[in-house]
Design a protein around this ligand. Structure first.
Ligand SMILES: Cc1cc2nc3c(=O)[nH]c(=O)nc-3n(C[C@H](O)[C@H](O)[C@H](O)COP(=O)(O)OP(=O)(O)OC[C@H]3O[C@@H](n4cnc5c(N)ncnc54)[C@H](O)[C@@H]3O)c2cc1C
Length: 366
């Protein structure tokens, strides 16, 4: 939606094809750091959704048993992260896109895209065909268009499972922060949403296999509590209050080798699915959207614009995806490595955010 809006603002005629019958998002939160916020501001939607966006004052790192504070990570120097309810952010983007004149078509499932010498042809599930000068496939981690450019690559189970829930919240803080609570093989992230009236919870655990059908299911709260039963303190209290939960198996493909073919380009998770352990998947997609628009503004012709887009994005996406994968190990350490890591975190303390300055300092709109 951000890419559609950005390209429309640059003067392109944009049609957005969405397979779903309506535009809804999962009931879950989303952290948007300074690099993503820069794009939302440039698109003119950050102000529109400022009531919904909760400014973060940093992250408290905790040990799981009693919730002991290991360290506090301040807001990055590049600017604050904001906590959004996904539905609120999508709503702001949709309103702006409709107002700008993006033609949004629902119940529109794309089944194939073919490149022709002077345009591309999109086949739809109902047999209709659409021709366009350029096709941007932002169809997510299970992208059906990615194989058109890269051949088929099976998604791999990462041995990580994410439980997600939102609960009502009444406690107010003058400086709301996220809690990141670490345990061997598991971690839990909590942060407030919608003016602190809700608490968002993401609980991650390592699993040897995934035998269920599909990637996303309704979860069993009793099972969740059993798997995180040894979490105490504030996080244990929050977990005990969950009444409804969803569960995601985290499957990944590597960052795509080929992002474009001169007519068709991949964007967002379709190009670079990532583990959520840097909270950067949607931020990277926002960056992609703005850089793609800029490439169209600066280059003449679709082919040159898409080549410039691919060249501008690949290295950064790979680096961020690798950092998120490293956090899967860092957050879940056991035994002596865990004790050493906690001591290091305590010593480094507030300066920890600086380690990731390269992620947040990048302003795609500059
Ligand atoms: C537990 C968890 C927590 C996360 N937390 C954060 C966070 O805090 N911050 C952050 O930045 N990121 C976070 N992410 C990552 C973020 O959710 C994704 O990176 C982001 O949603 C990717 O956006 P996208 O538009 O590329 O793909 P998607 O959001 O997957 O959207 C793809 C869209 O394409 C549509 N579609 C698919 N196939 C077709 C087709 N054939 N025809 C038509 N339409 C189609 C789908 O219906 C969907 O609407 C998290 C992810 C997880 C799993």
């Amino acid at each position: 939606m951000a890419a559609a809006l950005a390209l429309r603002q640059s003067g392109a005629r944009v049609t957005l094809l969405e397979q779903a019958p309506e535009l809804t998002e999962v009931g879950a939160g989303l952290q948007i750091s300074a690099n993503g916020m820069a794009v939302l501001r440039a698109l003119g939607v950050a102000g529109a959704s400022s009531k919904a966006a909760q400014k973060s004052h940093g992250t408290i790192l905790r040990d799981y048993r009693r919730g002991r504070v290991i360290s506090t990570v301040e807001a990055p120097s590049a600017g604050s992260t904001y906590y959004y309810h996904r539905a609120d952010l999508l709503d702001a983007l949709v309103k702006a896109a409709v107002q700008a004149g993006v033609d949004i078509r629902l119940n529109a499932r794309v089944t194939n895209v073919r490149k022709h010498p002077s345009d591309a042809e999109i086949s739809m599930h109902d047999g209709t065909r659409i021709r366009a000068e350029c096709v941007v496939a932002a169809d997510g981690a299970r992208s059906g268009i990615r194989p058109v450019l890269n051949g088929s690559e099976a998604a791999r189970f990462t041995h990580q499972v994410a439980w997600r829930a939102i609960i009502p919240w009444a406690e107010r803080s003058a400086a709301p922060m996220a809690n990141l609570t670490m345990a061997p093989g598991r971690h839990v992230v909590t942060y407030p949403l919608r003016d602190q009236s809700l608490m968002n919870i993401v609980a991650i655990e390592e699993r040897s296999d995934w035998t269920e059908e599909g990637w996303r299911l309704e979860g069993d709260v009793v099972d969740l509590r059993a798997r995180f039963a040894d979490f105490g303190g504030v996080t244990g209290d929050i977990l005990a209050r969950i009444e409804k939960v969803n569960i995601w198996a985290l499957f990944l493909r590597p960052v795509a080798q080929k992002w474009q073919n001169g007519r068709v380009a991949l964007l967002g998770d379709a190009a670079h699915p990532t583990l959520p352990f840097m909270a950067q998947g949607a931020c990277l997609a926002l960056e992609d959207a703005w850089i793609l628009k800029r490439c169209f503004d600066e280059q003449s012709g679709v082919k040159r614009a898409l080549e410039a887009y691919e060249a501008a994005r690949q290295v950064r996406a790979r680096r961020v995806v690798a950092a998120a994968a490293a956090n899967a190990r860092n957050f879940h350490l056991q035994g002596p490595a865990r004790i050493a890591a906690q001591a290091a975190l305590w010593l480094v303390g507030r300066r920890l955010a600086q380690r990731y300055n390269w992620v947040y300092d990048f302003d795609p709109t500059a």
